[in-house]
Design a protein around this ligand. Structure first.
Ligand SMILES: [Zn+2]
Length: 225
């Protein structure tokens, strides 16, 4: 092999090793935020949420998840955080990973990395419709369930999912989200542990009247989930 060929091969094998090394670590808060910024999943500006609140930043995690490598780093990182918890670790083999459709990619990534029992999801027929499972899919009584989603803001969807899962008699043991970005309307999950990879604090205004950005005349972008 030529010298140039040898060098190319060395470089490519180094890249493979360094990617693997990154994937076996838990990325720091700053690294996760940098990844969201690099992939344009994190946007700064002036945003109006469907619940009427205004904020100075918006994260659409699905934008980062277009790239398999990024999805892998986030879900493997989160699964390592879960595995570090002795109670979760003790129940991995019987653990179901349950999510709304927005959480499907990260749920599969976590299930694969943890070697949990199974993954399934709840969906909505339309944006305001209730969450439900597809026909022939339902939690069993006493089943141990970890709720997963890409991001937690108000917790509305995960709170609804928790009620749905518990209505079958299953036991929700915790929540896991890649990004924790609580807004002022966040629901309480009581004693349930919330596992996260990164926390972000946006500046929220409860409506346009109290919004500094509206007052400054910054153009507003409407968010539709
Ligand atoms: Zn505003």
């Amino acid at each position: 092999m030529s010298r140039a060929g040898e060098n190319r091969e060395k470089l490519s094998s180094y890249r493979k090793r360094s990617t693997l090394r990154v994937m076996h670590l838990i990325p720091t808060n700053d690294e996760v935020i940098q990844m969201l910024r690099d992939t344009a999943a994190l946007r700064h500006g002036h945003f109006a949420y469907p619940n009427g609140m205004h904020a100075d930043e918006y994260v659409q995690v699905a934008v980062a998840f277009r790239h398999y490598q990024h999805a892998k780093i986030l879900s493997v990182g989160l699964s390592r955080r879960l595995r570090a918890d002795s109670e979760i670790r003790a129940m991995i083999k019987e653990l179901s990973i349950v999510c709304p459709t927005t959480g499907v990619p990260i749920a599969y990534g976590i299930c694969e990395a943890l070697r949990a029992k199974q993954v399934y999801w709840a969906e909505q027929d339309n944006e305001s419709g209730p969450l439900h499972f597809k026909q022939f899919i339902e939690p069993e009584k006493g089943e141990k369930v970890l709720l997963v989603d890409d991001i937690l803001r108000s917790g509305k969807r995960l709170s609804e999912l928790r009620s749905l899962v518990e209505s079958f008699g299953a036991e929700v043991v915790g929540l896991a989200v890649a990004i924790y970005q609580p807004n002022p309307t966040i629901r309480s999950f009581g004693h349930l542990p919330v596992f996260q990879l990164a926390q972000m604090d946006a500046v929220y205004y409860k409506d346009s009247d109290s919004c500094d950005l509206c007052r400054k005349g910054v153009p507003v972008e409407k968010i539709s989930f």
